[in-house]
Design a protein. Sequence first.
Length: 159
Amino acid sequence: MYRIDDTDPITWKWNYTSLQGKPTAIDVLVSCSRVTGTWTLTQNMTYAPTATFTWDVNKYNNKQVGNQLPVEKYTLLIHDSDGSQTDTPEPGYLAPFAGFQFGLYTARPYEPLNEWNCATCSAATGGHLDRQALGFAIGMTLLTVLSFTWYVTGVAAIV
């Protein structure tokens, strides 16, 4: 989880291993499935065996006038600049990567615990749900006992 309005930029660091054909450059993108959006963070990043990328979400978010980054789950996408994210992986070459998910959120003002009200907590549902669960459990118990009794001893034992 990363805060959108945080003053510290997000820094990711990763290693490339077992590459026989080294890429000339790397593209780094983020994708959000909820809004079906993909944002290019950098193109043609110089290849190095250990890569580091720093993303200042605030500067990026402010550049996108009218297109603010939503509070949502994202996927980090990394691929060879000569290819695309949908390329088929080949042995010894950089395969497109989409295995890191992270969330972006905005901070809310502080609210004292005694003033906070949780509408979706278990105490908010009341006893109705508990009665339904208990009724379901008793009904299934009776059904199980009767069906096994019938199976083992026949219909006459139930009556």
